[in-house]
Design a protein around this ligand. Structure first.
Ligand SMILES: *[C@@H]1O[C@H](CO)[C@@H](O)[C@H](O)[C@H]1NC(C)=O
Ligand SMILES: *[C@@H]1O[C@H](CO)[C@@H](O)[C@H](O)[C@H]1NC(C)=O
Ligand SMILES: *[C@@H]1O[C@H](CO)[C@@H](O)[C@H](O)[C@H]1NC(C)=O
Length: 447
């Protein structure tokens, strides 16, 4: 037999798909032929990081219309484009986020609107206000009853928050007590009360749907099951928490926004230490929300900034958003498609931000997408090189916040130094080292 060798070429390897496509280039990947591969790659990483900062324009739009500070926001549970907002003068507005327009204005309450919650089917939403009423509304802006509430429940005391169950037609309000309501009844079906302390917030667990979490003015965060009469567990911090939210993916972890400028992430099964302490804010943190992936959280603070934190890691923020006009941020929400952040602040505006500051919105060609992915990978690979790290970490903050951060650092350093000196001059073992994740928790007295 004779062996015949023929040349065979696949046209896909050398022909362009369309006339406008670039010519295919053949390369020899032998590393000997490319001695400067690593430096070139590093340069590309540096360029990508720089361009990332150049194109970081997170602010998208401002929804204005309210005549007083925006104190609560609520996402529609079924439709991405709907947003409800409540203001300090009792007005409730519904927005179409696609064209950023107000589609409905309601005079909901006299005094503050304290909380808004949407039902799981998205057909109704509930508002509570300073006038001691709970109102149920139809969330369809074109319905017959778009101007009047479907139902009004008169309460005995002031309510400060409301949340809806994730599957059933049950909702919870908080104030002097946590009241669990059935949609059809005008009396609460269950009441939880902890002494004379008022309750700041209530949130239903998205997975273990009968589980609730509340922050109480005695500085504790309490967990309870709405089927049982007695609460399950609690953790007490050194200062009061304003709100606690569940991680939507790992729904046994939760994060609390605290008055001491920090956020604390806990595992509900091990409440004696915090999984992570998120520092960086320079004033009380007023609201927090998780991204739908459960990997990041956004917080709004009295210091007039919004920060984005990775849930695990060093506890420092990866991003800080601020504008010249934005005042104290009362409420923040992360949109359900993981791309936008919404914030409501004291100077009547609702702002829409990108969750990733330099992301290109809109459609991308396959080649653009490939380039973006490559740059992303490069940034990750070279993240720890000093130059790249410095550029990636740099953020401009307003002067007041810069000064406050400096001052906070000074205080922390001097406290650390004092502790070190104390330890050095005492009997070994008498001044223990307390890690940050234990430092802020008040443990119950030992019997
Ligand atoms: C990096 O950017 C500079 C200036 O913008 C450009 O001249 C250079 O070719 C870029 N380097 C790489 C490797 O992309
Ligand atoms: C929201 O705006 C978009 C874009 O203009 C429009 O297509 C949609 O119908 C609007 N929705 C409502 C309920 O007005
Ligand atoms: C949630 O808690 C578990 C167990 O304590 C921990 O391993 C995990 O990292 C936590 N998840 C987040 C996102 O913090």
């Amino acid at each position: 037999t004779m062996k015949v060798k023929v040349l065979s070429r696949n046209p896909d390897d050398y022909l362009r798909e369309t006339k406008r496509d670039i010519h295919k280039v053949f390369r020899n990947y032998n590393p000997v032929l490319h001695p400067f591969e690593a430096p070139r790659e590093y340069m590309r990483a540096l360029n990508a990081t720089k361009l990332d900062r150049v194109f970081a324009k997170p602010f998208l739009a401002s929804l204005d219309g309210h005549r007083d500070g925006v104190c609560c926001l609520c996402k529609h549970r079924k439709r991405l484009s709907y947003l409800f907002s409540g203001s300090c003068d009792g007005e409730i507005r519904q927005w179409n986020l696609t064209n950023r327009q107000c589609i409905r204005t309601l005079q909901g309450h006299t005094g503050f609107v304290r909380g808004l919650a949407c039902s799981p089917d998205g057909k109704r939403f509930i508002s509570v206000g300073d006038d001691k009423t709970v109102k149920h509304w139809n969330s369809d802006p074109l319905s017959e009853e778009r101007d009047i509430p479907i139902n009004t429940v008169v309460a005995k005391s002031l309510y400060t928050g409301v949340d809806h169950h994730w599957t059933d037609s049950i909702y919870a309000t908080c104030g002097q007590s946590v009241d669990i309501w059935n949609m059809e009844r005008s009396e609460p079906v269950r009441v939880y009360k902890w002494g004379m302390d008022s309750i700041q917030s209530v949130k239903f667990n998205p997975v273990e749907t009968n589980l609730c979490i509340s922050t109480v003015s005695d500085r504790s965060i309490r967990l309870y099951d709405i089927r049982a009469a007695v609460p399950l567990n609690k953790v007490t911090l050194k200062l009061r928490s304003n709100v606690a939210v569940w991680n939507p993916m790992e729904a046994y972890n939760f994060t609390a926004a605290n008055e001491d400028h920090n956020l604390y992430t806990f595992d509900m099964r091990k409440l004696d230490f915090a999984l992570n302490v998120h520092t960086d804010h320079t004033d009380a943190v007023l609201d927090v929300d998780y991204s739908p992936t459960g990997r990041e959280l956004v917080s709004g603070s009295y210091d007039r900034t919004i920060r984005i934190f990775p849930v695990s890691g060093t506890g420092h923020s990866r991003e800080v958003y601020h504008t010249k006009r934005m005042q104290r941020v009362f409420t923040v929400k992360w949109s359900a498609d993981n791309r936008y952040i919404l914030s409501g602040s004291d100077e009547t505006n609702i702002r829409m931000w990108k969750a990733r500051a330099s992301e290109k919105l809109g459609r991308m060609t396959p080649r653009e997408k490939a380039a973006a992915d490559y740059n992303e990978k490069l940034k990750l690979k070279y993240a720890y090189h000093p130059q790249v790290k410095r550029i990636a970490r740099h953020r401009h903050v307003p002067k007041t916040i810069y000064q406050a951060m400096k001052e906070k650092k000074l205080i922390k350093d001097s406290q650390r130094k004092k502790e070190q000196n104390l330890r050095a001059n005492s009997k070994p073992g008498t001044v223990p080292r307390v890690p940050e994740k234990l430092k802020h928790i008040v443990l119950p007295p030992q019997e």
